[in-house]
Write a protein that binds this ligand. Structure first.
Ligand code: IMP
Ligand code: MG
Length: 180
């Protein structure tokens, strides 16, 4: 796939993602098997494809809610300042909660969101991240379940964007800037 100034090389195929989503869903279903109703919280916007696939593989009663957090900064760099753009629609006090994130990079976003949600007194709160870039971590936080650990590359697809594009790619690819 080509664009004016960058190309996208496939890193994780749609088939590999589907297989991993199934495995994650099995582990999550087992962990929360005695839940009354799991509140699955998708972090917008990058997790929207992942959460759609994941909830359909969960063998649990679920409720789906969304939260949008944003860090100031340029398209390819996250910052330490995290803002809540859109809060949850429902309550999570005394509920079982699964936060679904696209990528854990520096960790600032997840750290902020988990702190905010824990303060609301959920019964249990766990995190499932599709991708993790451990080499980029600045805050000591990790997801309970991770789909794939990836190297320090800028990736797009399967919900993840570069400057609001490429979210609709069915696979995960890395962005490469060829020499001019
Ligand atoms: P953190 O706060 O640095 O962990 O940043 C996490 C957020 O930055 C993710 O939820 C993504 O929205 C964004 N992000 C981090 N790495 C990438 C990437 O490679 N491609 C697109 N977005 C990314
Ligand atoms: Mg995000």
């Amino acid at each position: 796939m080509t664009h004016a100034d960058y190309v996208i090389d496939q890193m994780i195929s749609a088939k590999s993602i589907a297989a991993r989503v199934e495995e994650l869903a099995t582990e999550i279903s087992s962990h929360f098997r005695d839940t009354d109703k799991l509140v699955v919280v998708g972090l917008l916007r990058g997790s929207f494809v992942f959460i759609a696939d994941l909830v359909r593989e969960l063998d649990l009663p679920v409720e789906v809610d969304f939260l949008e957090a944003s860090s100031y900064g340029s398209a390819m760099q996250s910052s330490r300042e995290v803002r809540i753009i859109k809060d949850l629609s429902g309550e999570i006090a005394r509920r079982d909660v699964l936060v679904v994130e696209d990528i854990v990079d520096t960790g600032f976003t997840l750290h902020h969101v988990v702190g905010l949600l824990r303060a609301r007194g959920p019964a249990r709160l766990e995190v499932c991240a599709l991708l993790d870039k451990p080499s980029r971590r600045e805050v000591d936080i990790r997801a309970t379940w991770t789909g794939f650990e990836i190297p320090d590359e800028f990736v797009v697809g399967y919900g993840i964007d570069y400057a609001q594009r490429n979210r609709n790619l069915p696979f995960i690819g890395k962005v490469r800037f060829p020499e001019a």
